[in-house]
Design a protein around this ligand. Structure first.
Ligand code: UD1
Length: 423
């Protein structure tokens, strides 16, 4: 794999217009759900990211035909001859687990690798398995694979999907996708309410599924016999939008974001406004502008509509330069603090205490060589580097590339100085 690095020269002030891409995290479970609708599905506006190609590969391996053209991906799922998710593919991307529910519903059996470890901490799949078992699946673990059978088909049930850290996004996606073809009625309690889950539900409804309570923690699903292929457009990426918002704040700049849904970012906008950042809604997005001193604030990550864990690191980067002390509490992934050590290398003053980080604002950040560790932590390093004095070198940029399409080009177009080098 090409080991690209970023050389980022700061500080800069960002000013201009950025078009946000569509959501990878919405796209992946929707791609998996095309397994349910045998035939040619067309998904519109997908980002060009490695995770999307990995999902295409996973679907091809089981018999689907996929083709990609400039953001449009067609997935022909007429024939699924091998309901199997290989370790080599699923270990690269946790969202590979999303094929489990659809495969089981369509084929009555599935064998999918347990997802691999991950830099943001241990991420079990017990809620996924419990939900499928309640729909009548028999599940065994064999040689690192989840082997599931539903002899006689899945049957609707009342299922509580909460876990120790609240609802689970991908487990809700998996169980909902399985229940749409199960016999009878399913009620999912403590369903995740994230916009990506809503997008999947809307896509399933377009395929002919009967789901009510969409967007709420209680989903009611009446199973249908079969689903029809669809053409469906994915929602904008709220996390990419939030990352650019953080960049506007830390550079005391002004960014107009197009293709951005502010209604998916209420907790973030509320936090920004409490930090005296101006966020104004525009026709297809918003304008974020900031001038002055960053106000310290406390942030607690929570399931949607709370503050997203996927923006925790980027906002920590901003608060490193606040006038005063802030506290960030991580309630979704309590070990998701890989960026703390790297931001400290850039002269931030941070102290981790369990799932909390206490941030004492400093006058300035200073460039340093740092290491990207996971997707969002790496995005935080880019945000910090835009404001840091000197040339920051970020290693292992492939982590960032997993979730942000052409990030350096987008930033450079509004005033950043980011150079990509292959080493
Ligand atoms: C999705 C997102 C990820 C985001 C996360 C939380 C994708 C591809 N990924 O991940 O970017 O950070 O939602 O918004 O959409 N848990 C269990 N058992 C399970 C499943 C989860 O204990 O079976 C725990 C997790 O360890 C975590 C919490 O539940 O503490 C929430 O995780 P979950 O919502 O499942 O995250 P993902 O869906 O994997």
């Amino acid at each position: 794999m090409a080991m690209d690095i970023f050389k980022i020269t700061g500080p800069v002030r960002l000013d201009g217009t950025v078009t946000i891409g569509n959501s990878k995290n919405a796209a992946l479970p929707i791609m998996a759900a095309t397994i349910l609708a045998g035939g040619k599905n067309t998904l519109l506006g997908l980002p060009n990211l490695s995770d999307i190609s990995i999902m295409c590969k996973l679907l091809e391996d089981m018999g689907c035909k996929t083709s990609a053209d400039n953001g449009t991906i067609s997935i022909d799922s007429a024939a699924i001859d091998k309901p199997f998710g290989d370790y080599e593919t699923v270990r690269k991307m946790r969202a590979g687990i999303c094929v489990l529910g659809p495969l089981l519903a369509r084929c009555g059996k599935a064998e999918v690798s347990m997802p691999g470890g991950c830099a943001i901490g241990y991420r079990p799949v017990d809620i996924h398995l419990r939900g499928l078992q309640e729909l009548g699946a028999k599940i065994e673990l064999k040689n690192g694979y989840i082997v599931a059978h539903a002899n006689g088909g899945l049957k609707g049930a009342n299922i509580f999907l909460g876990g120790p850290f609240g609802s689970s996004v991908l487990a809700t996606a998996n169980i909902m996708s399985a229940a749409v073809l199960a016999k009878g009625k399913t009620i999912i309690e403590s369903a995740a309410c994230e916009p990506e889950v809503t997008d999947l539900a809307n896509c399933l409804v377009k395929m002919g599924a009967k789901i009510s309570g969409i967007g709420s923690p209680q989903l009611t699903i009446h199973g249908v016999k079969n689903l029809n292929p669809v053409e469906y457009a994915i929602i904008p990426d709220r996390i990419e939008a939030g990352t650019f918002m953080a960049a506007a704040v830390i550079t005391k700049g002004k960014l107009k974001l197009k293709n951005c849904r502010l209604d998916h970012l209420m907790a973030v906008v509320d936090k920004l406004r409490s930090m005296n950042v101006a966020v104004d809604e525009t026709q297809d997005g918003c304008e974020v502008s900031f001038n002055g001193h960053i106000q310290p604030t406390d942030i607690t990550t929570l399931p949607y509509p709370g503050f997203p864990t996927d923006l925790q690191a980027q906002f920590m980067a901003c608060l490193c330069l606040a006038r005063g002390n802030s506290v960030i509490t991580e309630k979704i992934f309590p070990d998701r603090f890989m960026h703390v050590a790297e931001l400290s290398r850039m002269a931030a003053n941070l102290r981790k205490e369990g799932p909390h980080v206490i941030i004492s604002g400093v006058e300035k950040l200073i460039a340093a060589p740092v290491m990207a560790s996971d997707l969002r932590a790496s995005a935080a390093l880019v945000v910090a580097a835009l404001a840091a004095h000197g040339e920051t070198i970020i290693n292992r940029v492939y982590h960032i590339d997993r979730g942000y399409e052409k990030i350096e080009q987008k930033f450079n177009a509004v005033g950043a100085k980011i150079e990509r080098q292959s080493i």
